[in-house]
Design a protein around this ligand. Structure first.
Ligand SMILES: [Zn+2]
Length: 413
């Protein structure tokens, strides 16, 4: 078990695929292909080879004494100007897990996966490869997607030997694997572990998300001549709703079971300094690990928007943008993860994942757990993304312990 070697690999990959602005492994592009070429050479050193499924996901198989399989992995793609750890930490820690067993027949089959286009940074669809493998990708939803240069997703895929319409065959391919566990190591990408001064965390699951637009419609009017009580100010209704939603999230947060909500978009019309806003549209993104809590938060947000509309003599209309249910991780794997983290660090803080991960797509299909590494200043998706080297080493060791424990656990059943 060599955590330092994983860090050396990460630095080598970063040097090869970054500019002074950060990592440039944008999915389906030349730098990403180069990262995968580098990875293929690392795999070849172990006498193994990379196989690509119908969705462009890369797989390496180390056959074991049984077909029962433990899967490790994450993604090599990055956002433009991204960090050196997001995604590749999990792939390269997985590579080390393979190295530990290469040349032997482990008690169970070990597979490493590098999911294609986790970030969705170029075409706007995150978890593309893992969703295809999970059978949750509707190809018609993404057929028309284009990047900023006007290149279609269909053409970008074709450049990489992937056909959109047959991407979903990856699901059939996944089902041929007797998958008993999926283990993903990732950086936290937030400030929670840092605030506790802990190197490593046990991830309980990924948040469910309710994402909506709320459109308030009142009446645009002259800002000098219209007395305040006679206005139908759509912005004030939106603002009142935003504050109420924060209050709702604060009320439902529990220690170890935080929830969040964000108003990320505010559009007003007519957007003139001398006009009362007649229309205001806001986005609302609510997240929680508990499906019941999320449902109550959504209902309360509806009630708050109706109240704000009444108070300001405007109307409120909701439009759903996207939703996903919470994906809690497997209890048995959570116990193993907790043991591994505790043995390595003396403690095992548990936290939910706010961001989605490829792991979330695997939850309906196999037992899943994730482990998080400390993120310096809570930053990710930028060149400042970092983890102190000692914390990184500790976390990699804890993850490799988890892999060993899971192999033993799966072999016994
Ligand atoms: Zn990631």
């Amino acid at each position: 078990m060599n955590a330092k070697r994983v860090i050396a690999d990460l630095r080598e990959l970063a040097a090869r695929t970054s500019s002074p602005d950060g990592a440039q492994r944008l999915a389906w592009g030349p730098v990403w292909r180069d990262a995968r070429k580098w990875f293929r050479a690392k795999i070849a050193e172990l006498g193994l080879r990379v196989e690509t499924d119908s969705a462009g996901n890369n797989w390496v198989t180390l056959p074991g004494a049984t077909a029962k399989t433990v899967i490790v992995g994450s993604h090599l793609d990055s956002v433009p100007n991204g960090g050196w750890l997001d995604g590749c930490l999990g792939v390269l820690a997985g590579l080390e897990a393979l190295r530990m067993h290469a040349g032997t027949t482990p008690p169970v089959t070990l597979r490493l996966v590098d999911w294609a286009d986790e970030e969705g940074a170029r075409f706007g669809r995150s978890l593309l490869g893992s969703a295809a493998a999970a059978g949750s990708l509707n190809v018609d939803d993404v057929r028309e997607l284009k990047d900023r240069q006007g290149t279609t997703l269909v053409d970008a895929l074709a450049e990489n030997g992937v056909t959109l319409d047959t991407m979903v065959d990856a699901h059939r391919e996944l089902k041929t694997i007797d998958a008993r566990a999926y283990l993903e190591l990732h950086i936290e990408q937030g400030p929670v572990l840092e605030s506790m001064n802990k190197s490593t965390g046990v991830v309980l699951g990924t948040f469910g998300v309710e994402r909506h637009m709320i459109r308030f419609t009142g009446q645009a009017a002259h800002s000098g001549s219209t007395p305040i009580p006679m206005r139908r100010d759509a912005f004030l209704a939106a603002a009142q709703t935003a504050l109420a939603c924060r209050e709702i999230a604060t009320r439902h947060s529990r220690p170890g079971a935080g929830v969040v909500c964000t108003i990320g978009v505010v559009n007003v019309e007519p957007k003139i300094v001398t006009a009362v806003p007649g229309v205001c549209e806001i986005s609302l993104d609510q997240r929680a690990l508990d499906a019941g809590v999320l449902a109550v938060m959504l209902r309360e947000a509806h009630e708050a928007s109706a109240q704000a509309a009444r108070d300001n003599n405007v109307t409120a209309e909701w439009r759903n943008l996207w939703r996903i249910e919470p994906r809690p991780f497997d209890p048995a794997l959570l116990r193993l993860c907790e043991e591994a983290v505790r043995e390595e660090t003396g403690d095992a803080p548990r936290l939910p994942s706010g961001p989605l991960h490829d792991a979330a797509e695997m939850v309906p299909h196999m037992p899943v757990v994730m482990m998080f590494a400390y993120s310096s200043n809570g930053l990710s998706h930028c060149k400042e993304e970092d983890t102190p080297e000692a914390h990184l080493e500790t976390t990699i060791r804890a993850y490799l312990r988890l892999v060993q424990k899971t192999i033993a656990h799966v072999a016994q059943r």
